[in-house]
Design a binder for this molecule. Structure first.
Ligand code: FAD
Length: 386
C-alpha cells in the first residue's frame, strides 16, 4: 500500500464501525480529507487536486471502500460534483469552485426526485432565469452527503422566462407536473442559500453515515454565473456525464468491499475449527472462498478495463463503465452475503465489518444505475451492434 493509502487507513479504519452505528461521520475528518484533495483526487493539480488518472483514483477509492463505504460514498459525491464542474463549467467557474472542493468544503450532487428515480426525464425541479440570477424550485431525494455539503450541484429543467415555464407546464400535459422540454442545467447552489432545506433520510439500510438527505428548494435564488457552462444542455447528456463518474467510483468502491470481505472470510476460515478441522478445509466452505475470490478478481478486472478506457479516451468508455459498475455491484452484494455465511454467527452482528459490508453492498445495486438499468443499457449496446 502506498503512503496515501496507509495515511487514510490510519484516519478511517478504527472509526468506521462507530460512525456506522452513530449514522454520522466526523465533519472535521471529512474537511481534513477534503483539504488534502483526497475526496476528489482526480481534480487537476492546478485546482488543488492530485490530478490522478482514473486507474490511480480507482485504486485509492477501492482502498477507502475496503475500510468504510460511508466515507467512500462521500468521496464519490464530492468527485461527481467536481467532475460535473470540470466537464461543464467555464474556466472561470472551474477556478471559482474547484479549489473550494479541494480546500475542505464538501459537495453533493442531486438528480433524483420522488417521481424521478430510474427515469430522470421525469424530473420536475425547475430552474428559471430571472435577470442575472436563476431561481430553483423543486425537491431532490436521497442525495448522498447532502447533510454535510457546503455546495450542492443540482440538476433541473431549464426555462428562460416565467411565461415559458408556464407554457411548458401546460404543454407537458395535465398532471405530469414536468417543467417540459429536455433542456436542463446543473447549478452550483451553496447549501446555506435561503430557500434550501436539507432533511436527513432516516435510518438508511447501509452506508448509514454517508449523510443521505432530501433537499427542498423553494424559490432558491443564485447568480446566473452558478449555472455550469452558462447555458442549457440536453438532460440526458448532463446526467449521463455526471453519473458516469459516479458509476466508476461506486464500481471501485465495490471492489474495496469485496477485498474487505475476502480478507475477513479467509482469515476466519483458516482459524476457526469445526468437526476437527479449519472451516476452509470443508469443501463447501472452500467453495465460498473460491467464489469470493472470483468475485473480487472479476470486479477488479472490469474496473481496470473501464479505467483504462477513461485514461485512453476510448470510445468504449461508456459501456465499459456500465459493465464495471454492474459486475462490481452485483459481485459485492453476493460476495458480502457469502462472507457473512462463512463467518456465520461471528459476522452476523452490527459491529462486524462483513455485516456492515452486507448492508452497504446491497445499496450499490440500486445507485448510479440500478442492476436493471445497467442491464438495459448493456442490452441496448448489444442490440446496437447486432
Ligand atoms: C444509498 C443511496 C444513495 C443515493 N445517492 C443519491 C445521490 O447522491 N444523488 C441522487 O440524485 N440520488 C441518489 N440516490 C437515489 C438513486 O439514484 C435512486 O434510488 C435510483 O436511481 C433508483 O430510483 P428509485 O429508488 O426511485 O427506484 P425506481 O426508479 O422506482 O425503481 C424501482 C425498481 O424498479 C426497477 N425499474 C425501474 N424502471 C425499470 C425499467 N424500465 N425496467 C426494469 N426495471 C426497472 C429499478 O431498477 C428498481 O429495481 C441514492 C439512493 C440510495 C439508495
Amino acid at each position: 500500500m502506498d503512503e496515501a493509502g496507509a495515511a487514510v487507513t490510519g484516519l478511517i479504519a478504527a472509526g468506521a464501525d462507530a460512525w456506522d452505528r452513530a449514522g454520522l461521520l466526523p465533519v472535521d475528518l471529512l474537511r481534513g480529507l477534503g483539504a488534502e484533495g483526497r475526496l476528489c483526487a482526480q481534480v487537476p493539480a492546478a485546482y488543488g487536486g492530485w490530478g490522478l488518472d482514473s486507474a490511480a483514483a480507482g485504486a485509492f477509492t477501492a482502498h477507502v471502500g475496503s475500510l468504510c463505504s460511508s466515507v467512500r460514498s462521500v468521496m464519490t459525491s464530492q468527485g461527481m460534483a467536481a467532475w460535473t464542474i470540470e466537464r461543464f463549467g467555464t474556466p472561470e467557474q472551474q477556478a471559482a469552485f474547484l479549489p473550494r472542493l479541494t480546500g475542505g468544503e464538501l459537495a453533493a450532487a442531486g438528480f433524483s426526485e420522488r417521481g424521478a428515480g430510474s427515469d430522470l426525464s421525469a424530473m420536475t425541479t425547475r430552474v428559471r432565469r430571472d435577470g442575472d440570477t436563476v431561481v430553483l424550485d423543486g425537491h431532490k431525494v436521497w442525495v448522498t452527503a447532502a447533510h454535510y455539503a457546503d455546495l450542492l450541484v443540482l440538476f433541473g429543467k431549464y426555462t428562460e422566462h416565467e411565461e415559458h415555464a408556464e407554457r411548458a407546464e401546460t404543454d407537458s400535459g395535465a398532471g405530469s407536473g414536468a417543467a417540459g422540454g429536455d433542456d436542463a442545467v446543473a447549478v452550483v447552489v451553496p447549501a446555506d442559500t435561503p430557500g434550501v432545506r436539507v432533511t436527513r433520510v432516516a435510518d438508511p439500510l447501509g452506508c448509514r453515515a454517508a449523510g443521505h438527505a432530501d433537499i427542498s428548494l423553494d424559490g432558491v435564488r443564485v447568480p446566473a454565473t452558478h449555472v455550469l457552462g452558462g447555458a442549457a444542455l440536453p438532460l440526458p447528456l448532463l446526467v449521463t456525464t455526471a453519473l458516469a463518474y459516479g458509476r466508476m467510483s461506486v464500481a471501485w468502491g465495490c471492489v474495496g468491499i469485496l477485498r474487505g470481505c475476502l480478507t475477513a472470510a479467509a482469515r476466519h476460515a483458516a482459524t476457526r475449527e469445526q468437526f476437527g478441522a479449519p472451516l476452509g478445509e470443508h469443501q463447501l466452505v472452500a467453495r465460498h472462498l473460491a467464489e469470493l475470490y472470483v468475485a473480487e478478481r472479476t470486479a477488479t478486472r472490469a474496473c481496470e478495463h473501464a479505467s483504462r478506457c477513461w485514461d485512453e479516451g476510448s470510445p468504449d468508455q461508456v459501456v465499459a463503465t456500465v459493465l464495471a459498475k454492474h459486475v462490481s455491484a452485483g459481485n459485492a452484494a453476493r460476495g458480502a452475503a457469502t462472507a457473512v455465511q462463512v463467518l456465520a454467527s461471528a459476522g452476523a452482528q452490527d459491529g462486524h465489518p462483513v455485516a456492515r459490508a452486507h448492508r452497504d453492498a446491497k445499496l450499490m445495486e440500486i445507485i448510479e444505475g440500478s442492476n436493471e438499468m445497467c442491464q438495459l443499457m448493456l442490452a441496448r449496446h448489444v442490440l446496437s451492434s447486432a
